[in-house]
Structure formats: C-alpha cells, structure tokens
Write a protein that binds this ligand. Structure first.
Ligand code: NAI
Length: 253
C-alpha cells in the first residue's frame, strides 16, 4: 500500500504538541520523512519517538520560527537529512494577550505578530527559496477563523491570522508557474493544549467554546491534520491561494 505523501520530505513547525504533533504523525503514517520543529525540545523529541516507534523517519530541530537563522537551519536540515523539501507546514503559533485594544500590551502585540505572521512569512521566504531549487512543493500555513471574523479581545492574534491568509495568496500568485502551491488552514476550535489551558482557567469560556460551532463540540487535532495532508499531497495539485476553514460550519452562519 502506498501512502498519500510517500517519499516526500516535510517540515512541520509547532510539532511538539497539538495540531502540529497530530500532523507530523499523519504525514509519517502516509509515508513522509518529517522534520519536527519547535521551541519545546522535550515535546519535539517525543513526537520524533512516536514516529520512529511506528517505523517512520523523523528528526527534531529546535526552532524559534520568528528567528531568521532558525528558520533557515530548519529548512537546510530537511534537505541534508532527507535529500530535499516537498512540504512545509507553518503551524507554530501563540494566542498572545487576550484583552480589549486599550488594555492590550504592546510588547504582546509585537510578539504575536512576530511568531504568528512573521514566522509564517519567514517560512514562505526560505521554504520557497529551497523548493525552487528542488522542483517545487506545497506550503500550508495555519490561519484561524479568528483571522476571518473578529473575536473580541484577540486583536493581535486576529491581525496576524488575517495576514497569514494574505501572504498565502501573495506566495500562491508569485510562484504559481514554478510548481509551488501555497494554502492555509483556518481551524475553528480544536482540542489542543492552547485551547485546553483557556478552558481550564475560564469555565464560562469553556461552555461557550463547546457550543460555538454548528457541529458538536471541538475538533480533534487529527481532523486539521487530515486537511493539511490533503493540501500537502498531490491530490490538491490544482489548489493554491486558499484558506480552507475546518470549523464545523461556523462560517456558514
Ligand atoms: P499548541 O499551543 O498546542 O501548540 C503550538 C506549538 O507551537 C507548541 O508546541 C509551541 O511550543 C509551538 N511554538 C510556539 N511558539 C513557537 C515559536 N516561536 N517557534 C516554534 N514553535 C513555537 O497550539 P495548537 O492549538 O496546536 O496551535 C497550532 C496552530 O493552530 C497555531 O498557529 C494556532 O494559532 C492555530 N489555531 C489553533 C486553534 C485551536 O483551537 N487550537 C484554532 C485556530 C488556529
């Protein structure tokens, strides 16, 4: 049996936990060699072990996606370890401050833009540069429904995630004739440590989250991973420039 991404080399950021971890596992299951990139070493190494235990190939690279040298290193590691780069999932992200604009901390704003938007832009910049040398590829970046509709108290996060959709379109247009596709996924609410922390601290928010999407409850990380797998695979060979929402019908309301 052949996998959906057999023989491809994939770099996945934020792969120590949550959506990135689930995506790293799915890509490995479907035949890809995986670079697990994250600031969290323990979690990252754990993802690598899970992949190796199932017979796959993976390496961990400690990476802060907001730092140019780290992003360059993560890409060159993929080429050195696995002979090229076919897929990049720019997924690492933080929620940043949760405050109305007047109270919103300025440094927190800079940080959420640096990680969630500049980190994606750096991934596109150096990922595309490498893919141009390597016969093309597919880049997927994580946006959010919070980048399509405003969520009160998430101005920095929303601005970054809206930006992710737009830089994705820029990349799609600029490299459409060179074998490079760029798309984004926009999850609704997903059961990951990021959201579980908020739900634990705020029972009212937890109740609201459970009822937010027309479909029941929250998404499992693997449901986002499977969408990324589609976009990263040749099944999506004509799909570029899109932000594909995975939100149980939320945006249809
Ligand atoms: P998570 O907090 O469980 O995982 C995020 C991962 O990114 C962690 O492993 C963390 O160490 C890593 N990370 C954070 N800053 C980093 C940096 N500067 N460099 C490298 N790695 C870094 O969060 P989750 O939920 O898995 O989020 C993944 C992506 O999905 C994020 O971009 C998030 O904004 C987005 N998202 C999540 C939603 C959800 O409901 N969980 C909804 C919509 C979007």
């Amino acid at each position: 049996m052949t996998g959906l991404v057999d023989g491809k080399a994939a770099v996945i950021t934020g792969a120590a936990q949550g959506i990135g971890e689930a995506t790293a596992l799915r890509f490995a299951e479907e035949g890809a060699d995986v670079v697990v990139a994250d600031i969290l070493e323990d979690g990252g190494r754990d993802t690598v072990s899970q992949i190796e235990d199932r017979g796959g190939n993976a390496v961990f690279v400690e990476t802060d996606v907001s730092q140019t040298e780290d992003v360059q290193h993560m890409i060159t590691t993929c080429i050195e370890e696995f002979g090229g780069i076919d897929v990049l999932f720019n997924n690492a992200g933080i929620d940043g401050p949760i405050e109305p604009i007047v109270e919103y901390d300025e440094e927190g704003f800079d940080e959420v833009i640096d990680v969630n938007l500049k980190g994606v832009w750096l991934g596109l910049k150096y990922g595309i540069e490498a893919m141009l040398e390597d016969g093309g590829g597919s880049i997927i970046s994580t946006s959010s429904i919070g980048g399509q509709v405003a969520v009160p108290e998430y101005s920095g996060y929303g601005a970054a995630k809206a930006g992710v959709s737009l830089v994705t379109k820029s990349a799609a247009l600029e490299y459409a004739t060179e074998g490079i596709r760029a798309n984004a996924v926009a999850p609704g609410l997903v059961k990951t440590p990021m959201v579980e922390n908020i739900m634990e601290q705020d029972p009212d928010a937890a109740e609201q989250f459970r009822n937010m999407e027309p479909m029941d409850g929250l998404a499992e990380p693997v449901e986002i991973a499977n969408t990324v797998l589609f976009l990263g695979s040749d099944l999506a060979s004509r799909v570029t420039g899109h932000t594909l929402a995975v939100e149980g019908g939320f945006l249809s309301q």
